[in-house]
Design a protein around this ligand. Structure first.
Ligand code: HEC
Ligand code: HEC
Ligand code: HEC
Length: 325
């Protein structure tokens, strides 16, 4: 097992998996060239470059390799149920999956036509969520520009056919799709109306590859006049509102990850997880919460929070872990 020694193994679970099933070690890297030749079997439905021509089949062009591999494994091992895809993955080895994932990740998603009126509401939900219905802002996990987060296996949603996004959100809502770690998506989709779902689906379908504008709200690639308006509305919403308490900020903006430990977030109240963080000092923690750190987006993805609101939330997080801010 010379390849095991060559790999840097820091995750104890991974090292156990390697001991139990040495074959897993080979899946480390996918080869996009090999993936391309293997993708012939997929092209009929997903299109030659992963931009499926029919809305019956999801686009997988430009999707993160880590997310694609997870889905293929989930289909194969029964965590995600679909008769067609079950048949497709039956003969795939872990290496095949890694190669295919690398190939599709290197392709570029195209935008699909979108209902602009619906997309407006979708953009608002993406950016700000819905505080009345307790729906988290999608951008907290899927990123401001909906490009997802490969480290956390949060998928990009850009350019996806509206019909597929609707179908899969309804499946999460009904619990029929339940392969989301810690019920992250079921919690969100469970609170969405059909109209909410149609709105976000329209919004994402209109987003093409574009160029990201880091740190800026709005999406230049897809922005029509209507979209600009929605972006302004969504991001400029609460400045007039009174400053939120630390508990309120946590509930609306931070709990999505910190309540469950999603993506490696230190869990609320977990002293052991917070101790090494607290050792950095409040100023550093605050700075990192504002600029983002690892899989955590700036301000937890809630750009409308003031520095002071983020600070109050960090202080409460430390207090809940029994630490002295
Ligand atoms: C006969 C049509 C068909 C073929 C061929 C096919 N797929 Fe699919 N694929 C689908 C359908 C339908 C879905 C959506 C299933 C669902 O709702 O879970 C899907 C879903 C997926 C997803 C999940 C996408 C997401 O956004 O979560 C991935 C990844 C995928 N397919 C990869 C592949 C690969 C790789 C191949 C070739 C080995 C392949 N598919 C062949 C029909 C097909
Ligand atoms: C707490 C993090 C989190 C939040 C907030 C969140 N998502 Fe997700 N989302 C995920 C994860 C994780 C997955 C992938 C689940 C899996 O592994 O299959 C996902 C998957 C999806 C998918 C399926 C993509 C595909 O290709 O099949 C859609 C669509 C989606 N999210 C839409 C949304 C929308 C719309 C919102 C806001 C209303 C939202 N998400 C908020 C974490 C989140
Ligand atoms: C999308 C998930 C997500 C959301 C939403 C989120 N966090 Fe985090 N947070 C993380 C992750 C993941 C880490 C660990 C990052 C790392 O160390 O690589 C983290 C780490 C932190 C840390 C420790 C930083 C450090 O330097 O060690 C603080 C403080 C923190 N988050 C505060 C917040 C606050 C306050 C909010 C809400 C305004 C919030 N987070 C929202 C995922 C999230």
């Amino acid at each position: 097992m010379h390849y095991c020694r060559a790999m840097k193994i820091t995750n104890p679970l991974l090292s156990i998996a390697l001991l139990l099933a040495p074959v897993l070690a080979v899946q480390a890297a996918g080869d996009p060239e090999a993936g391309k030749s293997k993708s012939a079997a997929c092209a009929g439905c997903h299109g030659p470059d992963g931009n499926s021509p029919s809305a019956e089949f999801p686009k997988i062009a430009g999707q993160h390799a880590s997310y694609i591999e997870k889905q293929l494994k989930d289909y194969k091992e029964g965590r995600r149920e679909n008769a067609i895809m079950l048949g497709m993955v039956a003969g795939l080895s872990p290496q095949d999956m890694a190669d295919l994932a690398a190939y599709y990740a290197a392709q570029t998603a195209t935008a699909s036509p979108a209902d602009q009126k619906l997309a407006l509401g979708g953009k608002a939900l993406h950016w700000g969520g819905d505080t009345h219905k307790d729906i988290a802002a999608c951008m907290a996990c899927h990123g401001p520009d909906a490009r997802g987060n490969p480290m956390a296996k949060f998928p990009t949603l850009r350019g996806q056919h509206a019909a597929y996004t609707e179908k899969t959100l309804k499946a999460f809502r009904a619990g029929e799709r339940n392969n989301d770690l810690n019920e992250m998506m079921r919690r969100v989709a469970g609170k969405m109306s059909d109209k909410d779902i149609a709105a976000v689906a329209a919004y994402y379908s209109g987003l093409g590859a574009g160029t990201p504008a880091p740190g800026t709200p709005g999406d230049q690639a897809a922005a029509g006049p209507a979209e600009e308006e929605a972006a302004k509305e969504a991001t400029a919403k609460p400045p007039a509102a009174a400053s939120k308490s630390g508990d309120e900020v946590i509930k609306t903006a931070c709990a999505a990850c910190h309540a469950t430990g999603a993506a490696g977030a230190p869990k609320l109240g977990d002293t052991a997880a917070w101790e090494p963080r607290a050792a950095k000092g409040l100023d550093t923690l605050l700075h990192n919460s504002i600029t983002g750190i690892g899989a955590m987006p700036p301000r937890g993805g809630h750009m409308n929070l003031s520095d002071d609101e983020v600070r109050k939330a960090v202080v409460v997080m430390l207090e809940r872990a029994g630490l002295n801010p």
